[in-house]
Design a protein around this ligand. Sequence first.
Ligand SMILES: NC(=O)c1ccc[n+]([C@@H]2O[C@H](COP(=O)([O-])OP(=O)(O)OC[C@H]3O[C@@H](n4cnc5c(N)ncnc54)[C@H](OP(=O)(O)O)[C@@H]3O)[C@@H](O)[C@H]2O)c1
Length: 247
Amino acid sequence: MGVLDGNVAVVAGGTGSVGEGIVRSFLREGAEVVVPCRSEQKRERLVSYVQDVAGDRLHLYPAIVSDEESVRDFRTAVIDNFPRVDLAVASLGGWYYGHSLHRMTFDDWNRVMHDHLTTHFLFLRAFVSLFHDHQNQTGTYVMINGGESKIPAPDSGVVSIAAAAQKMMSKVLAEESSGTNIRSYSISIMNPVKTRNRGGNYLDEWISAEQLGRYLVELQARKVPRTDQVSHILRTVSDLKVAGVAL
Ligand SMILES: NC(=O)c1ccc[n+]([C@@H]2O[C@H](COP(=O)([O-])OP(=O)(O)OC[C@H]3O[C@@H](n4cnc5c(N)ncnc54)[C@H](OP(=O)(O)O)[C@@H]3O)[C@@H](O)[C@H]2O)c1
């Protein structure tokens, strides 16, 4: 028996270096996992990474989360193929290196705001509205971000601005869901994550992408502390041990 047996989870960014670990953990625990995917190469990479745990429970749909029409079509496909969505995770990445705010071009500003904020808005709107439409008004929405939401990143500052706004999105969502069974979480990982694409270049104390996924599984099951709080900050594997997550 898996902790997520019978759950349907949608993971935006599930083809990414953090997202693929989350997908793997959810599959291991029995969930049906739905991932929007915009690249054939990334699709194949994810399928091969999780093939030992997926059974027939990984569902990939061609979709671009940053495009309004594409997200709408993706939402419709999910509604048509699944009875409901229990859990939606946004593990959307990308970075901006280059210029301090006062030298940044308008095009760069707009692009980063679109990729880091508008994309989150589109995904959130699509799936949180489903939670509200559910007869029990239920569902869990999780946004993943990093230390840049708390610590200003010089010459990449726009990423910090967007990440701080992402955290506020989670809080607004929680307020707007009060009186329902809908839960909203912002998970900030303050160190780099141990991902496949790092090869052996990591510190043992860093949390791996799959361990982060396990934390989310326990969060969904309300087995970690502070499940009534929106913001969860994770630094090292010690934090997971303290929270009682099996490593
Ligand atoms: N990696 C770390 O060490 C680390 C540490 C702390 C926190 N985090 C947080 O973890 C989250 C995910 O980061 P990551 O390292 O996994 O990033 P990543 O490897 O770049 O993966 C990001 C994922 O998001 C998708 N994506 C990004 N922008 C998109 C857009 N505009 N439209 C559609 N899809 C888009 C990507 O799709 P494609 O695959 O098609 O590009 C990919 O699946 C971020 O919030 C980051 O701050 C990461």
